[in-house]
Design a binder for this molecule. Structure first.
Ligand SMILES: *[C@@H]1O[C@H](CO)[C@@H](O)[C@H](O)[C@H]1NC(C)=O
Ligand SMILES: *[C@@H]1O[C@H](CO)[C@@H](O)[C@H](O)[C@H]1NC(C)=O
Ligand SMILES: *[C@@H]1O[C@H](CO)[C@@H](O)[C@H](O)[C@H]1NC(C)=O
Ligand SMILES: *[C@@H]1O[C@H](CO)[C@@H](O)[C@H](O)[C@H]1NC(C)=O
Ligand SMILES: *[C@@H]1O[C@H](CO)[C@@H](O)[C@H](O)[C@H]1NC(C)=O
Ligand SMILES: *[C@@H]1O[C@H](CO)[C@@H](O)[C@H](O)[C@H]1NC(C)=O
Ligand SMILES: [Zn+2]
Length: 939
């Protein structure tokens, strides 16, 4: 196998080597005879698309929705929808239906007889039942990480390919409900081979401008690194969100009049229906470019009794087209998004070009959907950790070759990507269900990890997983005087990371895999904040801190033994008692110096000692007072989806803080906000570990807590945020690149999703913040960057969820406490990416805890290459995704093309062959042919 060269700064895995031993059998292409109904070139063609929007969990859990359980919460049962639609499709070969969410389709398919399966296969082959989108779910676009999105798409599309072959491959991406649209999603869809993309929601101002300009259909150029048309995606904005036009909803859940077409009976209404339909069609045609328009005939969980819809649609088509004999210029037809797209493509027009994204989404002047960027911060973190665990598990399964086909947490992860899951916009009991699924997946994963470690080390010693280290709880390390720690590094380069373990002793010896006593390990007293947040789950009085280094895709083991017990004397060695006034104005290591204001105790400056940069940097915590909806401008309250502060000026939480120890400063802002500021010696980033909650509500005020960094950097209103953890987009305050914004929410209207990092910069300084989960953030003042950490709200924001976002848990009945970390780095702008890209990958995949040293790679990959996926595909092949992780022009060194020799990559795998696939691994790369679209600018 020859070396594979990645194109210049190809951002997404252009290379997906399916490493096969056998010659890969190519399936036939999907050949359909006339699956799209004929259209009429000189008439206005109205494509009626019967569809259902089935949330993979929202007000009910995914399984409750599948079965139609708990109809008292919401009437919805997906199994009945699929039963009913299949019956109705058989009744009239003209009828069409699209299905979107593979999580549901898979549940249904499992239970069908051979007979029904045969019938459904025929419907798919004939294009009467068409899959669109086809991922496990319709992912959220603001709060998901690209790695998890690719995985969930791959899973759904693989099921469709395995089950239906090439005719089951969706040609169209369909995100009709997500609340704003990420550029990285469009880029991924393009690289997954989709011909086009349709969605329903965009800013109301953008929508009205596009209607007038007839730019609701456009060409999205979704990457500035990939050479066009690699990341070009034709994008269509649907006319009514995803609902039918007014007066034409014939589901059992709707009240519109049926078509009463027997002239002998009362209330004959055909003329009226046709007239209304023609009027709507002609009006709609005015805001689109071609003589084809699309109408989505369906909505949330519709078609449970599909007869109602189809009976009326059959009639509508017959009567509308009957008017053509009398000169009507409108032709209605059953259609699907891909049939509609095919007509737009045939029109051979040029389309407006878009290069930014569709965030934030507002459906009215004071209704900014920017709260969900942060809603349910604990679930958001848990989802992110679970992704790291899943990748690790996938890798180990291969590297250790132990036992294949363990059920891994990938279904739980896939479901969690849904636009009401990790987004935090579901009811509380549904959020609990997502977390329970992730936990179940992790338990299965642990079995595999234990087996792998045992196989590698030859030791069957009891292993426990310290998954509560975020609150410094780990029963084993707290109670043992001798234990060993395994650290696994899922990244393709060596990583060094501080390990912090709760312990009860005061002095420990830490030795590495070679048995050398290289590390003494620092022992620091456990903070009051950590004691408060761990509650009664542990008893350690100290934390043992040492720097662990792990080889690429590999383990290392550290042995720890107690040297001295007794009272926490260690702390006296380090602590500088402070009684209110901090005595130490700065902490530093070889890379960074952090200064604190001697009066307020707040962080006041940051220096990079290598580059000799210093900035003024103040950090504090604030809360926005959530609008309760009682407001003269609008009655919109802040809620799970919407962020609407009552005032643009947040309340400062406290100005007093206190500090301790050498490379660690502990700050106490209020009973519900504290922070530890840490340097790690080995890493070039400053860690801010925040603990926020329980947010008090006894004053009847909803609170949205932010931390704000105010720096001396001259930002001129610009700031930068990532898109799904990948490319970086430039943001400007009160500005949208594609239309003239009337800003009506000075704070919420400037919030953007941050999935892994954000930065501000000027000519000389760049301050980058790497987050540990998705959060919302903005830069409201020159030089400042704020990140929303936690929210607790007392009102529902009237977008359907019908619960205030008021999180509590068994452990925190008085309100959820959340802890997380931000990593800050200060660099020169031209080289900043070299530091923050790897840092962000590390924060996403983590390292986790807890033989000998082992690396699955022969050597580390070059810095520009990220090993995104390594997972068992079938019995004798694995799926490998390598990613060029630098954007073009981002780094002098690392944005260049890279060559990787696959043959020399792995230490335990011999590669017998490789075949390249598209990004979602459901099409061979050399068979991937997409529609070509021409942008207006002629580029
Ligand atoms: C067509 O027009 C004729 C004459 O106006 C009318 O009698 C007939 O009912 C119309 N047909 C339809 C389908 O509207
Ligand atoms: C599309 O339009 C271009 C110029 O506008 C023309 O050169 C080309 O032949 C057309 N293609 C088709 C298939 O009609
Ligand atoms: C932990 O250390 C404290 C203080 O030295 C001591 O009181 C306590 O008994 C120890 N607990 C255990 C379980 O060792
Ligand atoms: C919020 O949760 C607390 C604790 O469970 C409860 O006492 C309070 O009534 C809740 N408030 C609202 C508005 O739901
Ligand atoms: C600690 O992490 C767990 C998941 O591993 C999460 O459920 C919990 O909310 C986190 N605790 C805090 C205080 O953030
Ligand atoms: C699609 O599935 C077929 C079997 O139905 C298989 O032969 C083919 O390799 C699969 N295609 C891809 C790209 O995995
Ligand atoms: Zn939805």
């Amino acid at each position: 196998m020859a070396a594979v060269s990645l194109p210049l700064a190809a951002l997404l895995p252009l290379l997906c080597g399916c490493v096969c031993v056998c010659a890969c059998v190519r399936a036939r292409a999907c050949v359909r005879v006339q699956s799209c109904h004929a259209t009429k070139p000189n008439l206005l063609n109205v494509h009626l698309v019967p569809h259902t929007h089935d949330d993979v969990g929202w007000l009910k859990t995914v399984d409750q929705y599948y079965y139609g359980d708990r109809n008292d919460i919401q009437h919805a049962g997906v199994q009945y929808i699929l039963d009913s639609v299949v019956d109705q499709l058989l009744k009239n070969p003209d009828r069409r239906f699209i299905y979107v969410e593979t999580a549901f389709f898979y549940r249904w398919w499992k239970r069908q007889s051979a007979d029904v399966r045969r019938t459904v296969r025929r419907l798919v082959d004939e294009g009467r039942l068409e899959f669109v989108n086809g991922g496990w779910c319709m992912s959220d676009e603001a709060t998901t990480h690209y790695s998890a999105v690719i995985d969930q798409m791959t899973m759904g599309l693989r099921f469709l390919n395995d089950t239906f072959g090439p005719c089951g491959r969706p040609r169209v991406a369909w995100h009709i409900d997500p609340f704003g649209h990420a550029r990285e999603h469009a880029s991924m869809f393009a690289q997954m081979g989709y011909d086009g993309f349709f969605f329903g929601r965009l800013d109301y101002q953008d929508r009205s401008r596009r209607r007038i300009a007839r730019e609701q259909e456009l060409l999205w150029r979704a990457s500035d690194s990939l050479t066009p048309p690699m990341a070009d995606l034709f994008t269509g904005i649907l006319p009514n969100g995803y609902n039918p036009p007014e007066g034409f909803c014939w589901d059992q859940s709707c009240d519109d009049p049926p078509i009463r077409d027997d002239p002998d009976l009362e209330d004959y209404n055909v003329d009226d229906v046709v007239k209304r339909f023609l009027a709507i069609a002609n009006t709609q045609a005015k805001v689109y470019k071609t003589n084809h328009i699309i109408m989505t005939m369906g909505s949330d969980f519709q078609y449970e009794n599909a007869n109602l819809w189809y009976k009326n649609l059959d009639k509508l088509i017959r009567y509308v087209n009957g008017r053509q004999a009398n000169g009507s210029r409108v032709h209605a037809l059953y259609s699907t998004p891909s049939c509609y797209l095919q007509e737009l493509h045939r029109a051979n027009l040029t389309w407006a070009l878009k290069t930014d994204d569709f965030f934030p989404y507002a459906d009215d002047a004071h209704d900014l959907w920017t709260g969900y960027f942060t809603s349910r911060p604990a679930l958001k973190r848990y989802e992110r950790i679970s992704n790291g665990n899943l990748q690790t598990c996938n890798q180990l399964e291969i590297l250790i070759k132990w036992p294949p086909y363990v059920v891994l947490p990938e279904k739980a992860m896939a479901v969690a990507q849904h636009h009401d899951a990790v987004s935090g916009t579901e009811k509380q009991h549904v959020a609990d269900d997502y977390a329970r699924r992730l936990a179940g997946g992790w338990l299965r994963c642990q079995v595999l990890v234990s087996n792998s470690l045992a196989a590698l080390s030859g030791s069957t010693a009891e292993r426990i997983y310290c998954d509560k280290l975020n609150v410094s709880v780990c029963p084993l390390t707290e109670s043992s005087s001798k234990f060993s720690v395994n650290v696994y590094n899922p990244l393709a380069r060596p990583v060094s990371w501080p390990v912090r373990l709760p312990v009860n002793g005061t002095s420990y010896k830490v030795s590495d895999a070679e048995g050398e006593n290289k590390y003494s390990g620092d022992v620091v007293p456990l903070s009051a904040a950590t004691r408060a947040v761990r509650r009664n789950r542990g008893f350690a009085v100290n934390e043992l801190v040492f720097q662990a280094r792990a080889p690429p895709l590999g383990f290392t083991t550290y042995s720890v033994s107690l040297l001295r017990d007794g009272p926490p004397a260690a702390s006296t060695r380090r602590r500088t008692p402070t009684a209110g006034k901090p005595s130490r104005p700065s902490i530093y290591d070889c890379f960074l110096r952090v200064t604190f204001d001697p009066d307020t105790g707040l962080l006041s400056g940051l220096s990079n000692l290598e580059t000799k940069q210093t900035i003024k940097l103040t950090q504090n915590f604030y809360w926005y007072n959530a609008s309760d909806g009682n407001n003269s401008k609008s009655d919109q309250p802040s809620g799970a989806y919407i962020f609407r502060p009552n005032s643009s000026t947040p309340f400062v939480i406290s100005r007093t803080a206190k500090t301790e120890t050498v490379q660690e400063v502990r700050q106490w802002f209020s009973p519900w906000v504290s922070q530890v500021v840490r340097l790690h010696g080995d890493s070039r980033a400053l860690e801010l570990e925040w603990t926020v909650g329980p947010l008090p509500i006894d004053d009847d005020l909803g609170k949205e807590v932010i931390t704000r960094l105010d720096s001396s950097i001259q930002t001129a209103e610009y700031f930068y945020t990532d898109s799904n953890g990948r490319e970086i987009l430039q943001r400007k305050k009160d500005f949208r690149p594609t239309w003239i914004l009337r800003q009506s929410e000075p704070v919420a209207g400037n919030y953007y999703p941050i999935n892994s990092r954000a930065f501000i910069k000027d000519e000389v300084d760049q301050l980058t913040v790497v987050t540990d989960r998705s959060q919302g953030g903005s830069s409201i003042q020159n030089g400042s960057l704020e990140i929303m950490l936690h929210r607790r709200l007392l009102y529902d924001d009237v977008r359907g969820v019908a619960e205030p976002l008021n999180e509590t848990s068994a452990l925190f009945p008085e309100g959820l406490v959340v802890r997380g970390r931000l990593l800050l780095s200060l660099d020169r702008p031209p080289t900043a990416a070299d530091a923050h890209r790897p840092l962000a990958q590390q924060a996403v995949l983590g390292r986790w805890s807890p033989c000998l040293q082992f690396s699955g790679l022969q050597a580390a990959l070059p810095p520009a290459v990220h090993l995104l996926t390594l997972t068992q595909w079938d019995e004798d092949s694995v799926l490998l995704r390598l990613e060029h992780q630098f954007q073009s022009r981002e780094s002098k060194e690392n944005s260049r093309p890279v060559t990787v020799n696959l043959q020399k990559l792995f230490s335990t795998l011999e590669i017998l062959g490789a075949s390249e696939l598209n990004l979602s691994a459901n099409q061979w790369k050399d068979e991937m042919k997409r529609f070509h679209w021409t942008p207006q600018t002629g580029m």
